[in-house]
Ligand binder design. Structure first.
Ligand code: GLA
Length: 383
C-alpha cells in the first residue's frame, strides 16, 4: 500500500492569516496528523483497475475518506461532545466490501438517482429503455450506475481546504441513457467540520439527470445500534407520496398531522411503525424542501447520547429520507457488527424521484449547452 502526502493546505493558509491559526488550530498538540490530503492505493477492481483512496483531514482532527470506485465516501470520523472520535457512516475498510453487493454505502448515485417507473421514458420523440433492477422499476442509475464505475481523481486547490474532485465520462447509451455526460463531484472538508459536495455536469444530448450521495449516517457511531433514538428535523411542509413500488403518485401533500411531519425535532422511531404503506417498515420518501434559491437548510439530525449533530444544506429541491429499512443484518461493516434494520439513515438531497414522468415536479432534464451545478453540505457539530 503506497501512501503519498499530497499537500498540507490548511496550515499554509494559517501562515497567511494569524486569525486562521487560531481558528484551525494548526499544529496544536493532539493533531497527530496534519490537515491536508493523503492518497493511498486501495487495491484493484475485479477487472484489475487500480482504485485510489483519498484521506482528507482538517485542523480539528475531522477525517473523511473517499475512493475513486463510485466516488464513494467510505468514512467520516467526527468527535462527540467529549472529543471522542467515531466513524459515523456505514461502510467497509477495504475495497472488497464495495465490490460486492451492498446498498450504495456512501456512493455517488446517478445518472438518475432513485426510481424511474418501468425503466422507461420518452424524450424528444424517442422512447428510452433502462434496466429494471428494482422490481419492475429502474433504481439508482441501473445495473452499473455511477456507484459502480471508476472515477478519475484530480486535486485542485480549494481556498486552502482539503479537497478532491472525481470526474467521470458517462458514454452515450450507457445504462440506456442518451448523451455523453461529463460529470464531476468535488468533496471538500472545510474548517467548519463540513463535507461540501459540489456536483457539475454537461451533456451533448438531452438527458435526465439526478445526482445524490448515499451516505448512511449513525451519529452514535457505525455499528452502535439503530438510529431510532436520533432526533430529526426536515425543513419540508410537504412530501411526495408513493405507490407500493415506491414510485411517486405525482401528488404533493402536506406532512402536517401525519407521521411524515419532521418540521420540529422528533425521534425517528416515534412514529416509524405508522408510516403509510411502508414495507418492510419505515421512511423511504422524498420531502419537498421549502421554496428556495441557492443553498437552504434541509435537515438536522441529532444524537442526544453522543451529542453529535448533523446539519444538511442543499441547493436541491428535495431530500429522500430513507430510514435503512432494507438493511437486514446480512452485511457486516468496518466494525464487524451486522448492519440490521435502521442501523443508519440516509438524507439524499436530490430532485424528486421519477421526475421524468411528472411535468409538475422540478425538471430533471439537462440540455446540451447547459451546465448542471448543485451543492450539498453536511455540517457536523456537537451540543
Ligand atoms: C434509496 C431508495 C431505497 C433503497 C435504498 C438502497 O434510498 O429510496 O428504497 O433502494 O436507496 O437500498
Amino acid at each position: 500500500m503506497t501512501r503519498i502526502r499530497i499537500h498540507v493546505p490548511a496550515c499554509a493558509l494559517a501562515l497567511v492569516a494569524a486569525v486562521a491559526v487560531l481558528a484551525t488550530g494548526c499544529g496544536s498538540a493532539g493533531n497527530k496528523e496534519k490537515a491536508g490530503v493523503e492518497k493511498i492505493d486501495y487495491g484493484k477492481t475485479r477487472e484489475g483497475v487500480p482504485i485510489e483512496q483519498y484521506i482528507l483531514r482538517n485542523a480539528h482532527g475531522m477525517v473523511i475518506k473517499v475512493i475513486t470506485y463510485g466516488a464513494t465516501l467510505t468514512d467520516v470520523r467526527v468527535p462527540d461532545r467529549d472529543g471522542k472520535m467515531a466513524s459515523v457512516v456505514l461502510g467497509f475498510d477495504s475495497l472488497d466490501g464495495y465490490l460486492g453487493t451492498e446498498p450504495y454505502f456512501g456512493a455517488t448515485v446517478g445518472r438518475v438517482a432513485n426510481r424511474i417507473a418501468a425503466g422507461r421514458f420518452d424524450l424528444n420523440g424517442r422512447t428510452y429503455t433502462l434496466a429494471t433492477n428494482n422490481g419492475p422499476n429502474h433504481l439508482h442509475g441501473g445495473l452499473r450506475g455511477f456507484d459502480k464505475v471508476v472515477w478519475h481523481a484530480a486535486l485542485h486547490p480549494s481556498g486552502g481546504e482539503p479537497s478532491v474532485t472525481f470526474e467521470y465520462l458517462s458514454r452515450d447509451g450507457e445504462e440506456g441513457y442518451p448523451g455523453n455526460l461529463s460529470v464531476s463531484v468535488t468533496y471538500t472538508l472545510t474548517s467548519q467540520n463540513e463535507i461540501k459536495l459540489d456536483y457539475s455536469a454537461t451533456t451533448d444530448k438531452t438527458t435526465p439527470l439526478n445526482l445524490t450521495n448515499h451516505a448512511y449516517f449513525n451519529l452514535a457511531g457505525e455499528g452502535a445500534g439503530t438510529i431510532l433514538d436520533h432526533e430529526l428535523t426536515i425543513a419540508a411542509d410537504q412530501f411526495t407520496p408513493v405507490d407500493a413500488g415506491l414510485i411517486p403518485t405525482g401528488q404533493v401533500v402536506p406532512v402536517g398531522g401525519t407521521p411524515m411531519d419532521f418540521t420540529t425535532p422528533i425521534r425517528v422511531g416515534a412514529r416509524i411503525t405508522q408510516v403509510p404503506g411502508a414495507a418492510p417498515g419505515g421512511y423511504d420518501h422524498n420531502y419537498v424542501l421549502r421554496p428556495h434559491t441557492g443553498l437552504t437548510f434541509a435537515a438536522r439530525l441529532q444524537d442526544p447520547a453522543s451529542g453529535r449533530e448533523l446539519d444538511v444544506f442543499t441547493t436541491e429541491p428535495g431530500v429522500q429520507f430513507y430510514s435503512g429499512n432494507f438493511l437486514d443484518g446480512t452485511i457486516r461493516g468496518r466494525s464487524g457488527i451486522p448492519y440490521g434494520q435502521h442501523a443508519a439513515l440516509c438524507l439524499e438531497t436530490q430532485h424528486f424521484p421519477d421526475g421524468v414522468h411528472h411535468a409538475s415536479f422540478p425538471s430533471t432534464i439537462l440540455e446540451p449547452g447547459q451546465r448542471f451545478a448543485s451543492r450539498t453540505i453536511y455540517r457536523f457539530s456537537v451540543r
